[in-house]
Design a protein around this ligand. Sequence first.
Ligand SMILES: C[C@H](O)[C@H](O)[C@H]1CNc2nc(N)[nH]c(=O)c2N1
Ligand SMILES: N[C@@H](Cc1ccc(O)cc1)C(=O)O
Ligand SMILES: [Fe+2]
Length: 561
Amino acid sequence: MAVAAAQKNREMFAIKKSYSIENGYPSRRRSLVDDARFETLVVKQTKQSVLEEARARANDSGLESDFIQDGVHIGNGDNSPTVEDGTQQDETKNGHLADADIGDDDAKGDEDYTLTEEEVILQNAASESSEAEQALQQAALLLHMRDGMGSLARILKTIDNYKGCVQHLETCPSQVTGVQFDALVKVSMTRINLIQLIRSLRQSTAFAGVNLLTENNISSKTPWFPRHASDLDNCNHLMTKYEPELDMNHPGFADKDYRERRKQIAEIAFAYKYGDPIPSIAYTEIENGTWQRVFNTVLDLMPKHACREYKAAFEKLQAADIFVPHRIPQLEDVSSFLRKHTGFTLRPAAGLLTARDFLASLAFRVFQSTQYVRHNNSPFHTPEPDCIHELLGHIPLLADPSFAQFSQEIGLASLGASDSEIEKLSTVYWFTVEFGLCKENQQLKAYGAALLSSIGELLHALSDKPELRPFEPASTSVQPYQDQEYQPIYYVAETFEDAKDKFRRWVSTMSRPFEVRFNPHTERVEVLDSVDKLETLIWQLNTEMLHLTNAVKKLKGSHFE
Ligand SMILES: C[C@H](O)[C@H](O)[C@H]1CNc2nc(N)[nH]c(=O)c2N1
Ligand SMILES: N[C@@H](Cc1ccc(O)cc1)C(=O)O
Ligand SMILES: [Fe+2]
């Protein structure tokens, strides 16, 4: 239930299509970092207005009675549960809590609750249907008790009145002035009763604050992030930029048929749900022709300019009959190929995703791939990712174990990261996964996907025009860039292993106060926030160590035979 509420939260606050047109996205020279910044702004504004709307609704006398009629009002004569408290004056003027003047019982219309975000989510979840209203909800409440432990009895009695079940109770001396103790109470009760319980407790002068906490230990300030691969159904927020409909510079802007085709293909991504096979597309002769031109050029340039790992995986894709010149590979076939090699899978994406959503998928070893094809007028460079870029650029390296792990680590680092950290991570992603160069026997090779899928840019990167700098996460992550033209700066990694090492050390300096781990068996991201979870993990690792030690012993033994 709690998880469902969190997802609801995401849906409520989600921006559907956020960029340029509707929201006045400002500049023409733009980068994904600018986009991330803009996204943050739009998300904040959307959230603010959703919250304000919900608060207004709650204060609206018509709707208010929905929640209040059953007796949040104290001593109002019906048989409803009440706080066992003589006083009904609310003296709480505590920030986002009840900064309302609640007068006497008759003053219904004057009540002005300022709901917290958690309460808005709860109310929203409850208001869906009568079953949703009656659904059991786990929740944690933090209460500031002015008058000491005596108030505990009152709390328990009130919870009991609302047919709640107390699962955990903990108190400690409070840091808040005027408050003697804080109590943390975990309860289970129906949503509707929980809403009423909170209101009821707030009306008591015994409490200087009643806070509904989110369902887990992570602070409610941490941005929502997917916990299971199926939560990625909520992670496909598009950036409306470089779309053929919207951008006059887009090669498909003037081509009506092309725009129609793009819409058709986008529908597949919009309808896609976790677990579905990725629908096949019957690519047209023109589309296959565009693929063939790019494919053949990559074949020509790859031996000299691509890194070793790319070439090795490319050959495997050819051997599996997935990479052939005359037809575009189907995402479903590519996805099963990757699954066998590194556990990566694909999801269809309708276009350029927001950095937060795109990176989050990587944490689950899921790569969000577009399925449409660039316009046949510009086969060798396009301003937006298309399936030729995903297939020829990204797929080979996602089949390489070391690179797959690097990609996943960027993804894991992004979960719950702050907006400015997302900006840095996507900049690192940009200069490594998209545009990275590396060394091989003193020679410069390309491993970045946007280089390997764009012959134009590949040759530019390896010419003497751009500036080359050594990859160093701390400085690379704050380097501004644009995504319209060829890059003026590229970063060179010694090796993947070296890049991964540096990246890991840099990530450990980020501000996130918790560690996460992906459990491949359940496809779940676990937050390592309890001794229990850590102990289970240590036990698993010990078992694995035992097997590895045995393997070493056996191998050593066999040498002496
Ligand atoms: C993380 C980063 O900003 C990166 O460039 C992302 C953004 N969104 C994307 N969205 C899609 N569909 N494909 C991509 O390759 C990317 N790249
Ligand atoms: N420029 C790349 C495609 C691309 C565009 C934008 C990106 O963010 C990434 C890749 C190509 O032509 O293949
Ligand atoms: Fe890409």
